[in-house]
Ligand binder design. Structure first.
Ligand SMILES: C[S@@+](CC[C@H](N)C(=O)[O-])C[C@H]1O[C@@H](n2cnc3c(N)ncnc32)[C@H](O)[C@@H]1O
Length: 253
């Protein structure tokens, strides 16, 4: 996507509570997939957006969260939300490229990435991020996947253009294993997480069109909503909890 299109797209999401499908309940559920023995004191939330997951993690874990995103206005919204909730001292926002692992720090107990790994390529993300975990640290990631062998043709055509690296669950799990993680558990996000996400976009999208006029990027967003609805029986976002098999510090890529 061109830079000016991406800017228009980001603008639509600047005040939305989430920038992808998910919910407070799904973030909590994914958190509960982690082993009881995991001490969670330092968390890295990658592609945090306006902090839909960051806030829940701060509330659930009592940990310090480093929340990373490439778009500064998302982080400004997150800081305002954290302030309102009295969580500001436990959340540090960092504007960085999550592909530049060397800039993100190391020794994290937990890396969290809801709907963001795909931005830098799922496999690449898992490889790059593992060295940022301490030995035995965990990664929780959510990613859109096919979950039927023969997906709806129109949905397949849409995602072939917009998300060519879309894979099935078994492939993603195998990729996580190959990248050095032990997969501890998974679940599929409920359809309501998707519906709520698109419902929440209707008003910001209308506002954006009123301000900027009709643009390709807005049409694509609407087409995505329709395709995802059509594809409701064929794609879904899955959440996985993975533990790094790493036993000693690795070189950061
Ligand atoms: C689909 S949104 C998900 C946001 C949030 N995790 C959620 O579930 O609401 C993906 C996020 O990743 C961020 N992002 C995309 N590419 C990035 C990069 N290279 N480095 C850091 N953040 C990035 C976007 O700005 C956006 O906030």
């Amino acid at each position: 996507m061109e830079a000016d299109e991406l800017k228009l797209l980001f603008e639509v999401f600047e005040d939305t509570p989430r920038q992808g499908p998910g919910s407070v309940e799904s973030t909590r559920r994914a958190f509960r997939l982690l082993p009881d023995s995991l001490q969670v004191e330092r968390v890295l939330d990658l592609g945090c957006g306006t902090g839909g997951s960051t806030i829940v993690l701060a509330q659930e874990s009592g940990a310090h969260i480093t929340a990373v995103d490439i778009h500064p206005p998302f982080l400004a919204t997150l800081r305002a939300r954290a302030d309102e909730l009295g969580l500001a001292d436990r959340i540090t926002t960092v504007c960085a490229d999550m592909a530049d692992a060397a800039s993100l720090g190391t020794g994290f107990d937990l890396i969290w990435a809801e709907g963001s790994a795909y931005s830098i390529g799922f496999e690449n993300a898992l490889h790059c991020w593992r060295p940022l975990l301490r030995s035995g640290g965990c990664l929780v990631v959510t990613e859109l996947v096919w979950f039927v062998a023969k997906p709806d043709e129109r949905a397949r055509a849409f995602f072939a253009d917009e998300c060519p690296d879309l894979r099935d669950e078994a492939t993603r799990i195998e990729q996580a294993r190959k990248a050095g993680y032990e997969v501890l558990g998974s679940f599929r996000l409920p359809a309501e997480d998707w519906h709520a996400y698109y419902r929440g976009l209707e008003l910001p999208l209308r506002d954006a069109i009123a301000r900027r006029g009709e643009r390709d990027v807005y049409a694509t967003l609407r087409r995505e909503g329709r395709s995802t609805k059509r594809a409701a029986m064929t794609t879904v976002t899955s959440a996985w909890s993975c533990r790094s098999r790493q036993t000693q510090a690795n070189r950061v890529c």
